[in-house]
Design a protein around this ligand. Structure first.
Ligand SMILES: C[S@@+](CC[C@H](N)C(=O)[O-])C[C@H]1O[C@@H](n2cnc3c(N)ncnc32)[C@H](O)[C@@H]1O
Length: 476
């Protein structure tokens, strides 16, 4: 007789092994990596999905659900934290991070998806049993049952301060952005409640995947013909853009694999196109991209330069990113050069170039749609770190361009400290020897570009990342 058969059976439900749900386990692993290792969801997820396809037989629907669970949970983290905080009996910082991740995943399924509440609770409790153990799964069960008592609107009424009392805090909780980010975006956008709400909501939407047809290598029409009507639409503003329909996999396209096309937001395309089209007096032979990595804008500029008989020098400080630029430019129809160089100590002679792009490192607050975790990682202090570098790089750009030549200063952040403040400060140092050009006519048909002369694009108005562009001409 073995030990087991001698032990009296305990009363109650027999023990049941937890059900393993590979989609939710994968989503949990991705959230842990983001939380624990400061990993980026868009880098962590693809290899996990690849492995799951091979090992667990994930199909497209499984992958789509896992992606939605991870991105949605990270984007709405601020709202879900406020809801979970109402449902636990201790401060959130005292809840174990893995438990908090499971609770957020559960909150997202309950409040941010169409998954029926009973299924959302039971699937999350099963996940908790697998990854946290039965004891903590009971806690998860109790918290999720409380969350399930209200829908998202019901919770927002309870946890968000009234708009009239504290507009920024209200918007921060309702639209899941840190308060300082709400403030900064609102400062830059201006206007009333409707505009900022639309912007914050647009940040919570999954962006379309947009391709760029690289000039001289393919065209938007060719890409559209190859993809078919159901799979893609032309760009809204850029003649080189093609928008993939939902679920479109750019990596599966020959044109992308062969480098004839790339994945590039239309806002980035507009920045490169506006610089390339800015009016110049005199020669138009030498172009510089001074912060080129990973090479999206450089590849478009190099193609445009080739069409005009100009040559692009693409320079990037980080050698491995310079390698990515070289890969993006490989196959360009005209001559170009890629170098690894610090733009604050440039190896080229002053006044060498006719057109210069300085797409400087920044907080990336304009690309929150793409990087769901970025808004929680960034701190206001980061701005101080970027400020001297952004100014130094713009000075290099102005020193590098010849008199009569044009500089494009770009950021993928609309924060005024990274956009106008940098341009204003540096222009002051240049006295009368550099002037702003009106960039708006160089973005033809693009509406709502403000009062100029610089332009700020917005996700909710243009469907692009919030790219900023100032065009500056050297006058003496
Ligand atoms: C916003 S990204 C540029 C994106 C690029 N234009 C594109 O479209 O793919 C800024 C780049 O500047 C690089 N960088 C940072 N400091 C630099 C410096 N001192 N000199 C040159 N490049 C620098 C970063 O490594 C990063 O690749």
């Amino acid at each position: 007789m073995n030990e087991q058969s001698r032990r009296p059976r305990r009363q109650g439900k027999p023990y049941r092994r937890p059900k393993k749900d590979p989609v939710r386990i994968l989503a949990f692993e991705a959230l842990r990596a983001v939380d624990e290792r400061d990993a980026y969801a868009n880098l962590v997820l693809p290899p996990l999905l690849r492995k799951a396809r091979e090992k667990d037989g994930f199909d497209a629907r499984d992958a789509a659900l896992a992606t939605e669970l991870v991105y949605g949970t990270l984007r709405r983290q601020g709202t879900y934290d406020a809801v979970v905080a109402e449902c636990v009996d201790r401060p959130l910082r005292e809840v174990d991070p893995p438990v908090l991740d499971v609770l957020s995943l559960g909150a997202h399924q309950l409040l941010g998806t169409r998954i029926p509440p009973h299924a959302a609770v039971s699937a999350t409790v099963e996940l908790a049993r697998v990854v946290l153990g039965d004891g903590r799964a009971k806690f998860v069960n109790a918290v999720l049952r409380k969350i399930a008592q209200h829908d998202l609107d019901g919770w927002l009424e309870r946890v968000a301060p009234p708009y009239d009392e504290d507009p920024e805090d209200h918007l921060a909780v309702v639209h899941s952005h840190p308060r300082w980010v709400v403030s900064a975006l609102w400062d830059s956008l201006g206007g009333g409640r409707a505009g900022i709400e639309d912007l914050l909501e647009a940040d919570n939407e999954r962006p379309e995947v947009t391709l760029v047809a690289r000039p001289g290598r393919t065209t938007a029409d060719e890409l559209l013909d190859g993809l078919g009507e159901d799979a893609a639409l032309p760009g809204r503003w850029s003649p080189y853009a093609v928008r993939l329909s939902e679920g479109g996999e750019p990596g599966a396209l020959d044109a992308v694999r062969e480098g004839r096309a790339g994945v590039q937001d239309e806002g980035s395309q507009l920045v490169a196109l506006a610089l390339a089209d800015a009016p110049l007096d005199g020669p138009d032979r030498a172009w510089l991209d001074g912060c080129a990595g990973p090479g999206g804008k450089a590849a478009l500029l190099a193609g445009l330069a080739a069409e005009r008989g100009a040559v692009l020098l693409a320079s990037e400080k980080q050698p491995h990113r310079a390698g990515l630029v070289a890969r993006a430019l490989d196959g360009n129809p005209g001559p170009y050069q890629v170098i690894a160089a610090d733009g604050t100590r440039p190896p080229w002679r002053p006044g060498t170039f006719d057109r210069v792009l300085m797409d400087v490192p920044c907080t990336g607050l304009g690309a929150l749609r793409r990087r769901p975790e970025a808004r929680w990682r960034r701190r206001p202090e980061d701005l101080e770190g970027f400020a001297p570098l952004q100014r130094a790089l713009l000075r290099t750009a102005l020193d590098s361009v010849r008199v009569g030549g044009v500089v494009g200063y770009a950021t993928c952040s609309p924060h005024l400290a990274e956009t106008r403040a940098v341009v204003d400060d540096v222009l002051k140092q240049y006295g009368g020897s550099a002037e702003l050009l009106d960039a708006r006519p160089l973005l033809p048909d693009v509406p709502a570009l403000g009062e100029g002369p610089d332009v700020q694009l917005w996700p909710h108005l243009h469907g692009t990342d919030a790219m900023y562009l100032a065009l500056i001409r050297r006058t003496s």
